[in-house]
Write a new protein. Structure first.
Length: 142
């Protein structure tokens, strides 16, 4: 982390990195007590596998541009992947993410749905997110 993301060390992100395993165990347990073994399975294992596989699938698919020389950015936006991503709608604007990697907002136009950005804006409005960076801060236009 010191090399690739020193800004995260100075923020509260480290708390979430340490709390994450406990939150996962709580969600599994909550699912079990609420719905039995089916809840443990669907609110725990299946949810995690779906989220992680969808993220990896989208990242791989959005870098498939054959014939490009090595070192050239192959990222692209694919609009129709959005509705397929229940957990991460907005990742389909992957080319936008590569254009401004420090931005919390992947969308660049009003019609580009970015659920993650909507959540971040909501957290910012209630004071739970601060110092949120967007591509507007990098010289782009929101």
């Amino acid at each position: 982390m010191e090399k690739w993301s020193p800004d995260l060390i100075a923020t509260r992100y480290l708390f979430w990195a340490k709390a994450q395993p406990y939150l996962i165990i709580i969600s599994f347990t909550f699912g079990y007590f609420l719905f039995g073994w089916a809840g443990l399975f669907w609110l725990g294992a299946v949810r995690m596998v779906y989220c992680l596989h969808m993220q990896a699938f989208v990242n791989s698919l959005l870098h498939l541009k054959p014939g490009l020389p090595e070192g050239v950015d192959s990222s692209q936006n694919i609009w129709w992947l959005g509705p397929l991503q229940v957990s991460a709608w907005g990742e389909n604007w992957h080319g936008n993410h590569h254009a401004y990697p420090g931005s919390a907002c992947f969308s660049r136009h009003w019609w580009q749905v970015d659920v993650g950005w909507y959540v971040i804006r909501g957290l910012e409005k209630v004071g739970l997110a601060t110092n949120v960076r967007t591509y507007k801060n990098d010289g782009g236009v929101l």
